[in-house]
Design a protein around this ligand. Structure first.
Ligand SMILES: NC(=O)c1ccc[n+]([C@@H]2O[C@H](COP(=O)([O-])OP(=O)(O)OC[C@H]3O[C@@H](n4cnc5c(N)ncnc54)[C@H](O)[C@@H]3O)[C@@H](O)[C@H]2O)c1
Length: 366
């Protein structure tokens, strides 16, 4: 198969869909790989590294889309990329369709096969291609939150770990999934007092078992959230309803209950956000302030640490890329139930129910 690896063009996105190690495996399996010039540069992989393992480096993004049957990338296509995607393409990337009607309509129109990393699902319900990026984002959420708590950038002026004689800062983590657990772990490591909430008791039991005693679990309810936001310095939104928009757990009126300089990091912003006042931001302008509350809502947080993120992502995507290339999408998806769950749009039809639900559309069953 002819596989294309374009350079990401979303703002401040330096990850790349495939490392030279991945290209090596594909070429060993008799495939042809086209890599756009400088595609890996931001992640520390150079054109020479790709050429050395047999990739063909092409000058433009148009060249890559024209040459390839399957596109392997990282972020959802942005408007400039919509016209490049044609009916003969299989596109394997993050899509997050439920949060973008224009993208969904463009991909329906393209008649391409869209396989979304974020909905590939293992038998136990876990999302293997979302996990590593959630791990990165969860850990980063505390790093960023700690920074924006500093006074010069309008935070409360709180040092999360405190110092001897001064109590530590308080961190509220909404969602005890991958993002939430990694965030809680980092915050606890800094010495902060952490409250972590979920509606899934199994997750809360797990957290309670493995975390130190300054990480407290609490059932997630509007009542409990309203109580905690009043005295927590940093609030992390890490909730997920698979393939659907995130539930709004913090409403606009709740901001008035928070202390000035409280920092909200809505990691779930890529699925619409779990805070009513969240809107996606970029690494260039990551924050904005409403009612004296700092909002950090970067939709591609792992993009800021591309070296770590590219390796973490491609470690888990490569086995699927190999299956898709070796067997073709139809056989690969028929044989592999996890990969089949990644099918979101197939040749002009939505095949993943939650996407249609997000827009109140009727789904065409496959
Ligand atoms: N901004 C970024 O750069 C970035 C990067 C990676 C992941 N994400 C996003 O972060 C979010 C979380 O991802 P994850 O991998 O941790 O998901 P996950 O499925 O592992 O965890 C989500 C948790 O939210 C919980 N939850 C659902 N409803 C809740 C509620 N009402 N109250 C409290 N908890 C609730 C679930 O029970 C689950 O434990 C997703 O939206 C994901 O797309 C964003």
């Amino acid at each position: 198969m002819k596989i294309g690896v374009p350079k990401e063009i979303k703002n401040n996105e330096s990850r790349v869909g495939m490392t030279p190690a991945g290209v090596y495996e594909l070429i060993k399996n008799n495939h042809t790989v086209y890599v756009q010039k400088d595609a890996g540069f931001g992640s520390g992989f150079f054109d020479e590294d790709y050429k050395e393992v047999g990739a063909i480096v092409l000058d433009t993004i148009e060249d890559v889309y024209d040459a390839a049957e399957m596109i392997v990338k990282v972020k959802e296509p942005i408007a400039e990329e919509y016209p490049l995607i044609k009916s003969h393409h299989v596109v394997f990337t993050y899509f997050h369709f439920a949060s973008s009607e224009p993208l969904t309509k463009a991909m329906l129109k393209s008649k391409a096969v869209c396989i979304a990393y974020e909905t590939v699902e293992d038998e136990d319900g876990s999302l293997p291609l979302l996990t590593p990026m959630s791990e990165v984002a969860g850990r980063m959420a505390i790093q960023q939150g700690a920074k924006y708590l500093e006074k010069p950038i309008k935070g409360r002026g709180v040092l999360l770990g405190g110092v001897p004689g001064v109590p530590p800062g308080k961190v509220l983590v909404l969602g005890a999934g991958v993002v939430g657990i990694q965030a809680a772990k980092m915050a606890a490591g800094l010495g902060a007092h952490v409250t972590i909430m979920d509606i899934n008791m199994k997750q809360l039991r797990y957290v309670n078992d493995v975390m130190p005693s300054h990480v407290v679990t609490e059932f997630s309810s509007e009542y409990n959230i309203r109580k905690r936001i009043k005295d927590h310095d940093l609030i992390i939104g890490g909730v997920l309803l698979k393939g659907a928009k995130a539930p709004k757990l913090i409403s606009k009126d709740m901001l008035k209950e928070m202390r000035p300089g409280t920092v909200l990091v809505d990691v779930a912003v890529d699925q619409g956000g779990c805070i009513e006042t969240s809107k996606p931001t970029t690494h260039e302008n990551p924050t904005y302030i409403i009612d004296d509350v700092v909002h950090y809502c970067v939709a591609n947080m792992p993009g800021a640490v591309p070296y770590t993120s590219t390796l973490a992502l491609t470690n888990v995507t490569l086995p699927y890329v190999l299956r898709l290339a070796n067997q073709g999408w139809e056989v690969a998806c028929a044989k592999d139930a996890s990969l089949r769950k990644g099918l979101n749009i197939v040749k002009g039809k939505i095949v993943y129910e939650e996407i249609a639900e997000a827009f109140n559309w009727t789904v065409d069953a496959m």
